[in-house]
Ligand binder design. Structure first.
Ligand SMILES: Cc1ncc(COP(=O)(O)O)c(C=O)c1O
Length: 400
């Protein structure tokens, strides 16, 4: 009998691992590597949040808790939704998990039957399609092109919906493009969803607070209140509070769905880390003053990277509204040959050659479902970004 399940055979290993592994190998061999692959802030968790975690340990808050979150955290999450998004939820509508990732996974596992479809705009966060496949569903990819600043058009959403569609996954600001949808752009999509009452909305608002210039974040249930009863609004503390390792994410939605997600969590991981939950209470209830400060820094880094990349012949880099990624197109470089003699046939070859020849690690676009592009995470120092971008400039300029 075959050891591994048929379901697992549907899932591909993370395509980002090859680049990450290669970068680690080169670094271990003593090469000068600049990693622009990691999707996390380069600074520590704010001190008030660290202190709340330490205080929780000292106070003996180290036991099991309710499966999907302590009441204090659920209350803080309800207050956050009211304060930031004008959305009313009660604690029974809140699910807290081990990162936003687990919350998404629980939602898909709790709802998908074989053959049911999930519409995913591309480029997408790498885990969406494979989570859908693990849950037995079928990802339906809807292109969000460079020409439209990587935003899904209402026409493309309409075309992707079928009678089998169960979910539409929405992510703004986006990983990997940083594209943030305006109120009107979200409304254009929710208008389509209003015509298809069988489709549920899973909105991943993980990068809500990482928004620059005059961009104003909004979320589907806020823009179209009539969607409230079929929307799961997911968010978390990982990115805005520099808490990626603490592993706390959460979602709000109809009680029936939240209860189903709790059932899955109760038979798999049980409660998210107790100490992290108390730290997350402080993250949400404590000062938010460092967010605009951090955002000034991120906006400056974004501008630096976008300017330097757009100076390259053959590269087009739109300026995104949020998150800490850019997703330049390398269409103009396809078919050229690098200084070391590698023919650039696609974005994976580009990223591999860039790493080998210059020591700059980026993630190739095919991993996110839209090519030929690559993703840079600019959550790293200005110096490293300047050096990396000038190496990319040199690498491209030397192509024949
Ligand atoms: C768009 C998006 N959603 C969800 C997650 C998962 O967040 P967490 O680390 O809280 O599981 C990430 C992390 O990279 C992300 O980029």
């Amino acid at each position: 009998m075959e050891l591994l399940s048929k379901t697992l055979a549907r899932v591909k290993p993370s395509p980002t691992i090859a680049v990450t592994q290669k970068a680690a190998e080169l670094k271990a061999a003593g090469r000068d590597i600049i990693g622009l692959g990691a999707g996390e802030p380069d600074f520590d968790t704010p001190v008030n949040i660290q202190d709340a975690g330490i205080a929780a340990i000292k106070a003996g808050k180290t036991k099991y808790t309710a499966v999907d979150g302590i009441p204090e955290l659920k209350q803080a999450i309800c207050a956050k939704f009211k304060r930031d998004n004008g959305l009313d939820y009660v604690p029974a509508q809140i699910s807290v998990g081990t990162g936003g990732k687990q919350v998404l996974y629980n939602a898909l596992m709790a709802t998908l039957n074989a053959g049911e479809e999930v519409v995913i705009p591309a480029p997408y966060w790498v885990s969406y399609p494979d989570m859908v496949l693990l849950a037995g569903g079928e990802p339906v990819i809807a292109p969000a092109t460079l020409e439209n600043d990587f935003k899904l058009t209402p026409e493309a959403l309409e075309a992707a919906i079928t009678p089998k569609t169960k979910w539409f996954i929405f992510n703004s600001p986006s990983n990997p493009t940083g594209a943030g949808y305006s109120w009107d752009e979200v409304k254009a999509l929710t208008d389509v969803l209003m015509r298809h009452p069988h489709v549920w909305v899973l909105t991943d608002d993980m990068y809500e607070h990482l928004a620059y210039d005059d961009f104003k974040f909004c979320t589907p249930a806020q823009v179209e209140p009539a969607l409230y009863d079929r929307t799961l609004t997911m968010n978390g503390v990982s990115k805005a509070y520099a808490m990626t390792g603490w592993r706390i994410g959460y979602a709000a939605g109809p009680e029936k769905l939240i209860g189903a997600m709790r059932k899955i969590q109760s038979q798999s991981t049980s409660n998210p880390c107790t100490i992290s939950q108390w730290a997350a209470v402080e993250a949400l209830n404590g000062t938010q003053d460092f967010i605009p400060e951090n955002n000034k820094m991120f906006a400056r880094r974004r501008d630096l990277v976008v300017d330097m990349l757009n100076q390259i012949d053959g590269v087009i880099c739109p300026k995104p509204e949020g998150a800490f990624y850019v997703y330049p197109s390398i269409k103009g470089l396809i078919g050229k040959t690098s200084a070391a003699g590698t023919k650039i046939t696609d974005d994976e070859v580009f990223a591999t050659a860039l790493l080998e020849e210059t020591g700059v690690a980026v993630v190739f676009g095919a991993a996110f479902g839209l090519s030929p592009n690559f993703r840079i995470s600019y959550a790293t120092s200005d110096e490293a970004l300047k050096e990396a971008c000038s190496r990319i400039q040199g690498f491209c300029a030397a192509m024949k």
